[in-house]
Design a protein around this ligand. Structure first.
Ligand code: LEU
Length: 443
């Protein structure tokens, strides 16, 4: 049985889906705590540079491979370069998507639980106790992870157009409105000046810290959904005629704006209440509820808006991770989308349970980090840059210049030659340097 491949219903649908993949927990939860720990503006500057020098070429390269091959992340390399080891990049992508979704689903579940709490009255009392109690529990976080994964599976089950495209077209505009509204509100709370200084005034000392470079580059890969085959898979549902360059630029600009505006939601509120931006992974869950509580009724409403925003952003990203694995296994096992989605989704859910338990119920640590934190830094700081590096080398060094420009849809653009140079030399060198710095720092 050879199945007909699905396609997007419209170019706008593709853009919304790819933006949905990019905008996620990474922009709100991960960005705010990584920036909080990375010294604020120093992290921001290195992150913006990584987005420009690495993020843009890698995204366009993933798009070029996907649209050209019209197949899943592993098969794409087999089809374009049969019998070569380049398909390792696709394999790494599927692996990364699997591992990331396992812990992403756990945090998606936390967001859903918090949305539910604010719908039914809000979180009162010590919010750190509440958070630590909740994530340290055995069953409750797994229950919410189950609900979150159920929603993810449900959307992917419905297919590219009826599931992923339709849900993204609804969720992305709602997300944008909620985010801008929340930022406007947060800026009135009295911490705006301090937040601006924290975000935009460079702290030069942080530039000498190698770990800031690693986490900023890891963040660029994570937030743009690169190196995990997601953008490759999504662009494989494009008709060969569709534009790529402007789509990549649009997604990157919006994703970056989303992160910056999320910073403007979180940091002004934080400073207004004298709280610590270097709190770490629990930042939005432990710190923000204090603020919402202090604000009374309007705080409960703002809390609900914030956590629904977080949950929807997480969901539209989670579906892209599941789709990477589902697209691969539909072809590999030659089974229907519905069956594959349920089976793969269930396996990823089970794989996430150790991450959930590692937050207090059972002590599961690797190299001194909780299992969840380890999964996050291992995929973000190592697997994604590595997958991205192989993809850039594949395109930059095995395709002709004409092919690179043609498949990147940038042949008639004045920036074409610059893109080619960046893709061939600058991006791989930058990724390599940071990866090596990461290894040295780790040893
Ligand atoms: N880009 C997504 C985010 O920022 C994550 C990715 C793993 C799908 O949350």
């Amino acid at each position: 049985m050879v199945q007909k491949r699905e396609h997007w219903g419209s170019h706008w649908g593709f853009i919304m889906a790819a933006m949905g993949s990019a905008v996620g927990l990474g922009n709100i939860w991960r960005f705010s705590y990584a920036m909080g720990q990375g010294g604020g503006s120093a992290f921001l500057i290195i992150y913006l540079l990584s987005v420009l020098v690495i993020g843009f070429p890698v995204m366009l390269i993933e798009f070029s491979i996907g649209r050209r091959a019209q197949t899943d992340a592993v098969d794409a390399f087999k089809k374009i370069a049969p019998g070569t080891p380049w398909m390792a990049a696709g394999g790494l992508g599927v692996l990364a998507a699997f591992l990331i979704l396992s812990f992403y689903g756990v945090i998606g579940g936390w967001s859903l639980r918090y949305s539910f709490e604010y719908l039914t009255g809000g979180i009162t009392g010590d919010s750190t106790d509440f958070f630590v109690g909740f994530i340290g529990d055995t069953f409750s976080p797994i229950f919410w992870q189950f609900i979150f994964m159920g929603l993810t599976i449900g959307i992917v089950y419905l297919g590219v157009q009826k599931g992923i495209e339709l849900s993204s077209k609804w969720m992305m505009p709602i997300l944008s409105i909620l985010l801008v509204g929340l930022a406007a509100f947060s800026l009135t709370l009295g911490g705006a000046a301090e937040a601006f200084a924290f975000m935009f005034q460079p702290d030069w000392a942080a530039f000498t810290d190698p770990s800031v470079y690693i986490s900023a580059m890891g963040q660029a890969f994570f937030t743009l959904s690169l190196g995990m085959g997601a953008m490759l898979t999504y662009s494989s549902y494009l008709e060969p005629k569709e534009r790529l360059t402007s789509s990549a630029a649009f997604i990157i600009v919006l994703d970056t704006l989303f992160a910056l505006i999320s910073g403007l939601v979180i940091f002004p509120a934080l400073f207004a209440y004298g709280l610590d931006p270097a709190e770490g992974a629990g930042l939005v869950f432990m710190v923000l509820p204090n603020i919402f509580e202090a604000l009374g009724g309007i705080g409960t409403l703002a809390g609900f808006a914030f956590f629904i925003l977080l949950s929807m952003a997480a969901l539209s990203s989670a579906i892209s991770l599941l789709e990477v694995a589902v697209a691969y296994f539909i072809r590999k096992l030659n089974m229907s989308r519905k069956k594959v989605t349920v089976i793969v989704g269930a396996i990823i859910f089970l794989l996430g349970i150790p991450s959930s338990l590692s937050q207090g119920a059972v002590s599961i640590t690797i190299f001194g980090e909780s299992f969840l934190d380890f999964m996050d830094s291992f995929t973000g700081n190592l697997l994604l840059p590595l997958g991205g590096l192989i993809m850039v080398l594949f395109v930059g060094w095995t395709w002709t210049k004409k092919e690179v420009l043609h498949h990147g849809d940038i042949a008639h653009n004045p920036l074409g030659p610059l893109y080619f140079l960046t893709a061939k030399f600058v991006a791989p060198a930058a990724i390599l340097v940071v990866l090596i710095m990461g290894m040295l720092n780790w040893l």
